[in-house]
Design a binder for this molecule. Structure first.
Ligand SMILES: [Zn+2]
Length: 122
């Protein structure tokens, strides 16, 4: 059994342009969840977590709860983004199974902060 099958559902890799797509939605201040370019469902979520406050390097996750495509990468995290206290950092892994359990809270947190993020730019 591979790591991606632990939860019983297979996670697959999004194409790279999913980052541009989701950031584009955010720049237009559209609220999450976003429409998935793969399956058409409104179930795409985003979470960012700063690991280093000096360099602003951190992790970025974009995933679809419906078709289970996802992208995880190391990324520059905008200055106006603060880690969501509802996310326990030690539970984070490349596969967004844990984040998907918190998707409702994560969407609310992103939507609350979206204007602030846009003011600083990505
Ligand atoms: Zn999808």
């Amino acid at each position: 059994m591979s790591e991606s099958e632990v939860s019983g559902m297979v996670w697959g890799d999004y194409k790279n342009n999913i980052i541009e797509y989701v950031f584009g939605c955010m720049e237009r201040s559209e609220f999450a969840p976003y429409i998935c370019p793969e399956c058409g469902q409104r179930s795409v979520h985003l979470y960012m977590h700063v690991h280093n406050l000096n360099t602003r390097r951190g992790g970025l996750w974009i995933w679809c709860s419906s078709c289970r495509n996802f992208l995880h990468s190391s990324h520059y995290i905008p200055l106006n983004w603060n880690n969501f206290t509802g996310v326990e950092p030690e539970k984070l892994s490349a596969i967004p199974a844990y984040l998907d359990e918190l998707k409702v809270e994560i969407d609310m947190y992103l939507n609350m902060n979206i204007t602030q993020i846009n003011n600083k730019g990505m």
